[in-house]
Design a protein around this ligand. Structure first.
Ligand SMILES: [Zn+2]
Length: 217
C-alpha cells in the first residue's frame, strides 16, 4: 500500500500506458476529484471509507449539497440500494467480487480488478465473458497483485461503441468487460491481458487511497 504512483506508472508498458491514458481522458475521475472543493473531496473520502469498511453508504449518507456536487462530477452513482462509488457498485452489475468472503459488486472489469489493492483484502472475481458468456474467474491478492494460478489468457476488453450521454456507469463501464481465453477481441477494440489490466486498474484508482480518512485506512 506504500508504493508511489510514479513507480506504479513506471512499471507499466507502452500499450498498457496507452490504455490507462485513454481511460483517464475518457473518465477523468482523479482530475475531477483533485479540482473539487476540499469539502467535497472530503465527503468523497468518507463515501470511499464506508465502502472499504464493508458498509454500503445509504442514500442519505451525504448532505444534499455534497450529493449534488459528487453526482455532478460523476464520482458517485446513487441507486436505490445506496451510493455507488467507482469501483464499488451499489447494485448487481454482473461483476461479482468476493472480498474476504464479503460479497461486493464492481461497476466494470477494471473496477473489479482494483478492489483488492484499495481495500487490502484478497478477492475472487466472478464474471461472464462478454462474448460467449462463459464464466470467468480470477483471484487477486490483498496487495492487488494476481494470484500465481490465475487462469492464463483471460483478458479485459474495451469495446468502443457509440454512447448516449450519461454517467460513466451507464456507458464506459458497460464496455470494460472480461474476455474468456477462447474468444477473440473484436476488431478496433483495446484488449489487455489480465496482469496488465490489473496494473491499469491499480493505477487508475491509486489516488483514492490518499483520500481515505486516517481512522479508516
Ligand atoms: Zn468467451
Amino acid at each position: 500500500m506504500t508504493s508511489h504512483p510514479a513507480q506504479e506508472r513506471a512499471a507499466l508498458k507502452d500499450s498498457t500506458l496507452r490504455f490507462l491514458g485513454k481511460l483517464q481522458i475518457t473518465f477523468p475521475l482523479e482530475q475531477r476529484i483533485a479540482q473539487a472543493d476540499p469539502a467535497i473531496r472530503k465527503a468523497y473520502g468518507r463515501v470511499l471509507a464506508q465502502w472499504i469498511s464493508g458498509r454500503v453508504p445509504a442514500p442519505d449518507f451525504l448532505l444534499p449539497a455534497e450529493l449534488h456536487a459528487l453526482c455532478h462530477l460523476d464520482a458517485i452513482v446513487p441507486v436505490s440500494g445506496g451510493l455507488g462509488c467507482y469501483p464499488f457498485s451499489a447494485d448487481n452489475r454482473d461483476f461479482a467480487v468476493e472480498l474476504s468472503r464479503r460479497p461486493m459488486n464492481a461497476m466494470c472489469a477494471i473496477d473489479a480488478l482494483a478492489m483488492s489493492r484499495l481495500t487490502g483484502l484478497a478477492s475472487t472475481i466472478k464474471a461472464l465473458c462478454a462474448i460467449c458468456q462463459a464464466q470467468v474467474r480470477c483471484e487477486v491478492r490483498s496487495d492487488g497483485s494476481l494470484d500465481h494460478d490465475v487462469p492464463q489468457h483471460i483478458r479485459v476488453l474495451w469495446r468502443h461503441r457509440a454512447h448516449p450521454v450519461g454517467p460513466c456507469s451507464d456507458n464506459l463501464c458497460r464496455d470494460l468487460v472480461f474476455l474468456c481465453p477462447e474468444c477473440a477481441a473484436p476488431p478496433g477494440s483495446d484488449c489487455l491481458q489480465l496482469p496488465q489490466a490489473t496494473a491499469v486498474a491499480n493505477a487508475f484508482f491509486g489516488f483514492q487511497r490518499r483520500l481515505i480518512p486516517p481512522a479508516s485506512a
